[in-house]
Ligand binder design. Structure first.
Ligand code: BMP
Length: 262
């Protein structure tokens, strides 16, 4: 059997049973992009400007909505308009980590109402499978998808070995789960999408434990599907659109190289 990472995104989209995964793969193929930008900025204006600049080059915009100090629902409306204009999906990197009943309230309600606008969100499975069930009760009826944090990119992270294996086990059997945050392809049992943060073409890390690897290592060698890039694109003095294009091209070249491998 051909492994999922040897298939094209287009073919995987056609074969996938989850409508959101289908939509994502079709988007990636259309835009020739496996790039997600991590928009870690502190104001509404900065977030909208960044999304507008990188929009043409990305398949997914990753947000940390609780960083935005002047958040309001108009920001969400404007982000949705940009998602429409530039043809990208939205991933709120919320990293839920509580019991099922609590995450249901956090995901569907509160100030942010994440389930109303984020196509993807993610969680830690520390509390056990109930967290997935709680999030699914809110997200499934809205056609959303969940990513499990099977690994992290930071130095000394504890998501390894048996813990990572448990993530994979839970993901395979829960239809609300569409993939993982992690550094590689995790399973052939179902086509679960891996998104990888900690990507940098130039830097090797930061002062707080972040570690960077290249698109080639992550996509060509490890079989991950989407690269997530933050400060590599909008650091001081950077031409944001040019950097986004550079990472988009590097991510896509790494994918094409993977397909060309025997
Ligand atoms: P940067 O490329 O600027 O280092 O940003 C990485 C982004 O990915 C941040 O938004 C961070 O929260 C997120 N992230 C990460 O770096 N490592 C992980 O393991 C999981 C993450 O969500």
């Amino acid at each position: 059997m051909v492994s999922f990472s040897q298939k094209t995104y287009a073919a995987r989209g056609q074969e996938h049973e989850h409508p959101l995964a289908k939509q994502l793969f079709a988007n990636m193929e259309r835009k020739k992009s496996n790039l997600s930008v991590a928009a870690d900025v502190a104001t509404k204006a900065e977030l909208l400007l960044l999304a507008d600049k990188v929009g043409p080059y990305i398949c997914v915009l990753k947000t940390h909505i609780d960083i935005v100090e002047d958040f309001d629902m108009d920001l969400v409306a404007q982000l949705q308009a940009l998602a429409e204009k530039h043809d990208f999906l939205i991933f709120e990197d919320r990293k839920f980590a509580d019991i099922g009943n609590t995450v249901k309230l956090q995901y569907g309600g509160g100030i942010y109402r994440i389930a109303d606008w984020a196509h993807f969100t993610n969680c830690h499975v520390i509390p056990g499978e109930g967290i997935i069930q709680g999030l699914a009760e809110v997200g499934m009826p809205k056609g959303r998808g969940l990513l499990l944090l099977a690994e992290m990119s930071s130095k000394g992270m504890l998501a390894t070995g048996a813990y990572t294996d448990k993530n994979v086990e839970m993901a395979v059997k829960n239809e609300f789960v569409v993939g993982f945050i992690g550094s590689r392809r995790f399973t052939e049992d179902r086509d679960l999408i891996t998104m990888t943060p900690g990507i940098g073409l130039h830097a090797s890390g930061d002062a707080l434990g972040q570690q960077y690897r290249t698109p080639e290592t992550i996509v060509t060698k490890n079989g991950s599907d989407i690269i997530i890039v933050g400060r590599g694109i909008y650091g001081p003095g950077k031409d944001v659109a040019a950097e986004a294009q550079r990472y988009r091209d590097a991510g896509w070249a790494a994918y094409e190289k993977r397909l060309a491998k025997d």
